[in-house]
Design a protein around this ligand. Structure first.
Ligand SMILES: NC(=O)c1ccc[n+]([C@@H]2O[C@H](COP(=O)([O-])OP(=O)(O)OC[C@H]3O[C@@H](n4cnc5c(N)ncnc54)[C@H](O)[C@@H]3O)[C@@H](O)[C@H]2O)c1
Length: 427
């Protein structure tokens, strides 16, 4: 048997790797861009024809990734919907969706992809899963679905997991500034995976095992979900007491130890916080362990859009009053609406048919709610004056808050952006 470990070391040293990234969404596209800056041969696969066509035209579909960086990437990478491109890859990195289906982990994207990858794997390939999933996914699910039992791990195949830690839209933490957790099935797997990520990321953290790395990603997101839920719950109490929760947090966070500030909002959104904790509770349930904290995050957060609606109804009693929802993405400065609390609120308002509904979001030009199509309202003096109430859901930097504040009749602020006054209520 050839010494594939040594062969790989040599290819890494000489920048002669063929690296294939599967799934070019928020995680995969960013990775592709960074690897394409190196001298290695880079390939990207996505089943979404529209995305591949945009990449080929040098156009970005993610608001914080520029067309310029896609054009640059195109000079040193090839992207396609055709898996035959990945034949003979030295490295295959999977960045595929791991959503929920009926509140349970849905690994069908991984399964479909593995089916296409398995016949293209050659001896010596290094395979890394980046998708968030429950402990055991890499060593059991991926191992089985890629038929890796045909190989000898650490000898003629190398397997590991490396979680993505991106903070979309946050320029302070680009991929090269965030320590990258890696793991490998054997010492040799770990070494090769370390060297591969070192090509683009200076700080590497080696986890004790693949399961530790998988679980650490879930812990990071459960930690955030639980703490955001906690402040959302405390907000319910402080609202009744007429105390501003944002003032409370800003005072508490002056403590230099033992406290980290988390802020309340319109409910958990995005592809991670409402989803990942349920990957852990799924495993817990199978083991007969009750994950009460995780269950609570879902329970409490799913209530928040209804509480905002209840507040709205208590202050805006005239039917068909004009309501403008500001921001529908799940967080500020991104164009991602997955699991967005803003969308949930719009659906609730639409379903109850209480108000005349509009929205504004610089990153989402049109929306379909129910069967009706909505266009994003432009923020200007005249438009803002038309509305009886404005609900701030996503605090995008692009909003002109002066115009909004000066020309609105009433603001319901879920983000603590405006000072409380006779026309600003925080919820
Ligand atoms: N977005 C983030 O900030 C982030 C952060 C940490 C972890 N993650 C995790 O990383 C994984 C990917 O997340 P994402 O946000 O990039 O998802 P995404 O939906 O933006 O991207 C996934 C891509 O995979 C493509 N795809 C689906 N099935 C495919 C198949 N069979 N073959 C090839 N391509 C296929 C989709 O078209 C899509 O472009 C998830 O597990 C997610 O939980 C995401």
């Amino acid at each position: 048997m050839s010494n594939y470990y040594r062969l790989n070391l040599k290819k890494i040293r000489n920048s002669k790797l063929k690296i294939s990234i599967i799934g070019l969404g928020y995680v995969g596209l960013n990775l592709l861009i960074h690897f394409a800056k190196t001298k290695n041969e880079i390939f990207g696969i996505d089943t979404d024809k529209k995305k591949i066509s945009l990449i080929k035209k040098g156009k970005s579909y993610i608001n914080y990734i520029t067309d310029r960086s896609i054009k640059k990437t195109n000079k040193n990478s090839i992207c396609s919907t055709d898996y035959s491109l990945i034949k003979n890859s030295d490295v295959i990195i999977l960045c595929l969706p791991t959503p929920l289906k009926n509140n349970q982990p849905d690994l069908s994207y991984l399964k479909r992809s593995c089916k296409k990858i398995k016949s293209k794997i050659k001896e010596g390939t290094i395979i890394v899963l980046e998708s968030t999933s429950y402990p055991g996914t890499t060593e059991n699910f991926i191992y089985k679905n890629l038929n890796l039992y045909k190989y000898e791990l650490g000898k003629n195949i190398f397997l590991g997991f490396s979680p993505e830690r991106e903070d979309p839209g946050n320029n302070k933490f680009s991929i090269s500034k965030i320590p990258k957790v890696i793991s490998g099935k054997t010492k040799k797997c770990l070494k090769l995976i370390e060297l591969i990520y070192k090509i683009i990321i200076p700080k590497i953290v080696k986890a004790e095992s693949i399961k530790v790395a998988e679980t650490s990603k879930l812990l990071e997101n459960v930690y955030r979900a639980v703490n955001v839920t906690l402040v959302n719950e405390i907000k319910l109490i402080t609202n009744k007491l007429n105390i501003d929760i944002f003032d409370v947090i800003n005072t508490a966070k002056t403590k230099p130890f033992g406290f980290q500030a988390f802020y309340p909002g319109p409910g958990l959104g995005g592809h991670c916080l409402p989803v990942d904790p349920l990957y852990l509770s799924y495993v817990a349930k199978k083991l007969g362990v009750r994950s009460t904290f995780i269950e609570l995050t879902k329970k409490i957060n799913s209530k928040v859009p209804y509480l905002i609606y209840a507040k709205l109804k208590s202050i805006l009693k005239i039917k068909k009053s004009k309501v403008l929802v500001l921001g529908v993405t799940y967080k500020a400065n991104v164009n991602d609406t997955r699991e967005s609390a803003g969308l949930k609120l719009l659906e609730i308002i639409k379903k109850n048919n209480t108000y005349s509904l509009s929205y504004s979001d610089p990153y989402v030009k049109t929306l379909v709610i129910g069967s009706k199509k909505y266009n994003s309202v432009k923020i200007n003096k005249q438009n803002i004056k038309k509305f009886d109430c404005i609900i701030l859901i996503t605090n995008h930097k692009k909003f002109n808050y002066d115009i909004i504040k000066k020309n609105s009749k009433l603001i319901l602020d879920t983000r603590g952006k405006f000072r409380v006054s006779d026309k600003v209520l925080r919820i």
